[in-house]
Design a protein around this ligand. Structure first.
Ligand code: 5GP
Length: 219
């Protein structure tokens, strides 16, 4: 077929479809980063939307992979130029989703994964409700959440306390999501997330190739 992107053709053997914006939200430590990594490894039809942030990189984080690390001045410029789908301030730093190539990519049937909080989800939903599928990941308990944050050992006790405080606020938004999954066992939780994505890809309104297909079918 002509005009295919260099990446493996999406939806081989199935109809042309519109991509979607797949949001995974959870309080930090509830597993969305692990789940995102698992999804990206398991499914090459989905790619990460890389946010811009003004916070400093953590050990092991790479610019352009985990985030685009930008200065305050650069972030201001991006806001002025309307470069963001959404942006928010979290823990005194700003985070935003650059529009970049996302809009055109959706028409080609590419899916984007977003690891963003409830504020980002609301804004993205307002800008483009038809393409958003949102999933909230809950921890099995707050004790377990704290244990996971401590095990990460990347943050000081004060930062962990602040994250626990914010976790409660984050969890209070669970009912604004399309789907909610409890991350007790990560493999189990991942299986649920994959089922959600599979079903959402099959939605009639996303299968833009259906009309020509049915026309052909009916002669
Ligand atoms: P961290 O500093 O731990 O990587 O992220 C802190 C918080 O910022 C997380 O809750 C994460 O979901 C949120 N975040 C990351 N990128 C974005 C973004 O582009 N927009 C919004 N609104 N939140 C983001």
């Amino acid at each position: 077929m002509t005009g295919q992107p260099i990446t493996p053709p999406l939806q081989t053997n199935t109809l042309k479809r519109r991509g979607l914006l797949f949001i995974l939200s959870s309080p930090s430590g509830a597993g969305k980063t692990t789940l995102s990594r698992m999804l990206l490894e398991a499914d090459n039809h989905v790619e990460m939307s890389v946010s811009a942030t003004t916070r400093a990189p953590r050990p092991g984080e790479q610019d352009g992979v985990h985030y685009h690390f930008v200065s305050d001045a650069e972030f201001d410029r991006m806001i002025e130029e309307d470069d963001f789908y959404e942006w928010a301030e979290v823990f005194g730093h700003r985070y935003g989703t650059p529009k970049g190539a996302i809009r055109n990519a959706l028409k080609e049937g590419r899916d984007f994964l977003f690891d963003i909080d409830w504020q980002g989800t609301q804004q993205l939903y307002q800008k483009d409700a038809q393409d958003v599928v949102s999933v909230f990941i809950l921890p099995p308990s707050l004790d377990e959440l704290r244990r996971r944050l401590e095990a990460r050992a990347q943050d000081s006790a004060t930062v962990i306390d602040a994250r626990m405080e914010r976790a409660r606020a984050e969890i209070s938004h669970w009912a604004e999501y399309d789907y909610v999954v409890i991350n007790d066992d990560v493999e189990e939780c991942f299986a649920r997330v994959c089922e959600i994505l599979d079903a959402e890809r099959m939605r009639r309104t996303r299968q833009t190739g259906l009309i020509p297909f049915v026309r052909e079918l009916m002669g």
